[in-house]
Ligand binder design. Structure first.
Ligand code: MG
Ligand code: MG
Length: 272
C-alpha cells in the first residue's frame, strides 16, 4: 500500500535526508586516488555516528547479511558492491550508495564519482545518469502517472546510446527504507497493468536510475552481493529521496539551506 505523507512527516524525512547529504558531502572530499572503498565506508559510518543515525544497509539479509554501511560499486559494478581493500585509481568511477534512519524516518541516496579524470565517454555516462535523475524529479512535478516518467527516463537514456538496468528499481521510502511502490526506471505493459501509480502530493520516492554503457543485463558475483554488467561495460547509479509536495518536488537528500546548514553544523559538520 502506498502511504502519502503529511507535511510534518516529510519534514522529519528531510532531517534523515540531510544526514545522508552530509555523508555524501564528506565522501565527495575523500574520493581520490589511492583511497580504499572501505575507507570511504568508514567516512560515512562516522557521519552516521555523529548524528546517532541508524545505518540502514548494515545487516540487510541476503546469503549473508550485508557487512557495511554503504554499497560501493566500481566501474563495471552496478550496485550492491561490498566496501573492502580495493584501492581506487585515476579514471575509475565509484558509486557510493547509503541510507540512514533518524528519529524513525529514512533517507537513501547514491552518487557516482569520477576518480581523477575520466574518458569523455565515461563522463557522458555520468552526465546522462545524473541528468536522467534530475529530469525524473522535474517530471514528477509535471506528469500524472509514474509510467509516463519512466517512459521518458528510458527514452532519454536510450537516445544517448546507453541502457537502463531493469533488474533493480527505486522504491517508496518512509519509516522503512523499502516501502511500496516499486519505482522502475523504464516503462512496460506489465508495469502499466499492475504497478503504475498516480503522482500525488505526499508521495515520497527513492528514485534511482542505473545506466549501463553496454547491455542492460547484470549478474551477481560469487560474493553474493555485487551486481556487475554481463558484458563488463561500465555502469553509473544516482539516487535521491524525493517528496512530491503541493509546491512541487522536494529533494530530501539535496543540499542544505542556510538554516539547515546551521543544524548540520550543530552536530559538528564541517563548515563549507
Ligand atoms: Mg540507495
Ligand atoms: Mg534505494
Amino acid at each position: 500500500m502506498i502511504q502519502l505523507r503529511s507535511h510534518r512527516e516529510i519534514q522529519k524525512l528531510r532531517y534523515a535526508g540531510l544526514v545522508v547529504w552530509e555523508a555524501h558531502h564528506c565522501v565527495s572530499q575523500r574520493v581520490v586516488e589511492c583511497v580504499t572503498t572501505q575507507q570511504l565506508d568508514a567516512v560515512v559510518e562516522s557521519v552516521f555516528e555523529r548524528f546517532r543515525a541508524v545505518p540502514l544497509f548494515k545487516g540487510v539479509p541476503g546469503k549473508f547479511p550485508f557487512p557495511a554501511v554503504t554499497c560501493i560499486s566500481v566501474n563495471e559494478q552496478v550496485v550492491h558492491g561490498i566496501p573492502g581493500p580495493r584501492v581506487l585509481t585515476s579514471g575509475d568511477i565509484v558509486s557510493v550508495d547509503t541510507g540512514c534512519r533518524l528519529d524513525g524516518w529514512c533517507g537513501d541516496s547514491a552518487v557516482t564519482y569520477a576518480v581523477g579524470g575520466v574518458s569523455p565517454g565515461v563522463q557522458e555516462l555520468l552526465d546522462v545518469t545524473s541528468g536522467v535523475l534530475q529530469r525524473a524529479i522535474t517530471w514528477l512535478g509535471t506528469m500524472s502517472r509514474w509510467s509516463q516518467v519512466a517512459r521518458e527516463m528510458a527514452t532519454y537514456v536510450r537516445d544517448h546510446g546507453f541502457s537502463v538496468v531493469e533488474d533493480f528499481v527505486g522504491h517508496g521510502i518512509g519509516r522503512q527504507m523499502h516501502e511500496d511502490p516499486e519505482v522502475p526506471n523504464y516503462d512496460s505493459p506489465r508495469f502499466r497493468r499492475r504497478g503504475d501509480f498516480p503522482l500525488r502530493p505526499g508521495l515520497v520516492l527513492a528514485i534511482e536510475p542505473m545506466v549501463n554503457m553496454g547491455t542492460k543485463q547484470v549478474k551477481c558475483l560469487d560474493d553474493a552481493w555485487t551486481q556487475v554488467t554481463l558484458d563488463g561495460a561500465w555502469s553509473a547509479h544516482f539516487e535521491h529521496t524525493v517528496a512530491l509536495t503541493e509546491q512541487g518536488p522536494w529533494i530530501l537528500t539535496g543540499p542544505p539551506t542556510t538554516a539547515e546548514l546551521a543544524w548540520l553544523e550543530s552536530y559538528g559538520a564541517t563548515p563549507q
